[in-house]
Design a protein around this ligand. Structure first.
Ligand code: NAI
Length: 343
């Protein structure tokens, strides 16, 4: 996880409580789809967070074993398992953050959009439950296709009168994690220092790494820009192919989701200067009601979209941004239409 900046007193207290093994402090996190490949590893990483005091694990498959297993770790969070739809409400009660990795992953040859027919319904059902039982929580949607599942969750929450655009996120952190890894390796930079903003969406060439805005500043040839951009966009597909039918990225995804969870909790906790890229309701690109870019996280979720990184793009990035707009817009419209067609 990211090295942590200086923490305010309340957060430091939570850490002290966690280290002492005492109760109190911290936040309640619910993970929906916790028995899956992403869900199990993410549950372990969340159990390690000093900011998490309660961890609800929900799945339609049994999570009893995962909950029992994790409960033995001597870290602060109290773990409870909830299996089956009758227990969904109970898993959400009092949650500060709800993370959704429920749904089917890709197999070789599939695009993320191929998952729509199954995963749209799963996200709709879970978002309805969030509206009913955890209406004030931050919601992190991992389930693909993120470009459409986030608009689906937004429409569901709107229908239920529980939509706060500051609190709904598509998790695109894995794109940033990959970009940082690949750029550090290519340019021989210290890994911990590299920070590449990734904007747009989370599928194929809607994923747009802004190499011209990478820190530390590095010079890239045109060939390097093309090669790195393609590598970042296709990294997920490479993992799907390497797993040869056994699923998609789970370990790196869980790592990325844990980083985003920790950032959100630090924001809730009042830490200053918490920034991450995420796919949120956006005003940066007029045609695109949802867009991934760097946002500032605070006590109520998104405090502001930074936006400045979209100014002064390279020619390559400006063209790529234009090219992704109709694709991302179509995915957003597809998600919105899906909910509007349902009674
Ligand atoms: P998995 O198949 O290992 O686990 C999915 C879990 O969801 C299973 O335990 C299943 O029982 C559960 N589930 C299915 N329907 C459910 C429902 N209605 N309520 C609660 N739980 C339900 O899949 P994996 O590998 O964990 O992937 C999960 C999702 O994460 C996929 O949609 C995948 O595409 C997505 N993903 C997203 C990434 C991103 O960067 N945003 C990266 C990697 C994966």
């Amino acid at each position: 996880l990211k090295p942590r900046a200086a923490r305010p007193r309340a957060a430091r207290r939570a850490v002290v409580v966690a280290q002492a093994g005492g109760g109190g402090g911290g936040y309640k996190v619910a993970i929906l789809g916790a028995a899956g490949g992403v869900g199990q590893t993410l549950s372990l990483l969340a159990k390690m967070s000093p900011l998490v005091s309660a961890l609800s694990l929900y799945d339609i498959s049994s999570v009893d074993g995962v909950a029992a297993d994790l409960s033995d770790c001597n870290t602060l969070a109290q773990v409870a398992g909830f299996t089956g739809k009758d227990e969904l409400a109970g898993s959400l009660a009092g949650a500060d953050v709800v993370v959704i990795p429920a749904g089917v992953p890709r197999k070789p040859g599939m695009t993320r959009d191929d998952l729509f027919s199954v995963n749209a319904g799963i996200v709709k059902e879970l978002a309805e439950a969030v509206a009913d039982h955890a209406p004030g929580a931050l919601v992190h949607v991992i389930t693909n296709p993120v470009n459409s599942t986030v608009p689906i969750a937004a429409e569901v929450l709107k229908r239920k009168g529980a939509y706060d655009p500051r609190k709904l996120f598509g998790v695109t952190t894995l794109d940033v994690v990959r970009a940082n890894t690949f750029v550090a390796a290519r340019k021989g930079l210290p890994l911990a220092d590299v920070d590449v903003p990734v904007v747009g969406g989370h599928a194929a060439d809607t994923i747009l790494p802004l190499l011209s805005k990478a820190r530390p500043k590095a010079a890239f040839t045109d060939e390097e820009v093309e090669e790195l951009t393609a590598r970042i966009q296709n990294a997920g597909t490479k993992v799907v192919e390497a797993k040869a039918g056994a699923g998609s990225a789970t370990l790196s995804m869980a790592y990325a989701a844990a980083r985003f969870l920790e950032a959100s909790l630090r924001g809730l906790d009042g830490d200053e200067a918490v920034y991450e890229c995420a796919y949120v309701q956006s005003q940066l690109v007029p045609e695109l009601p949802f867009f991934a870019s760097r946002v500032k996280l605070g006590r109520d979720g998104v405090e502001e979209e930074v936006g400045s990184e979209l100014r002064g793009l390279s020619g390559y990035e400006a063209r790529a941004l234009e090219a992704l707009k109709p694709k991302l817009k179509a995915s957003i419209d597809k998600g919105v239409a899906y909910v509007q067609q349902q009674q």
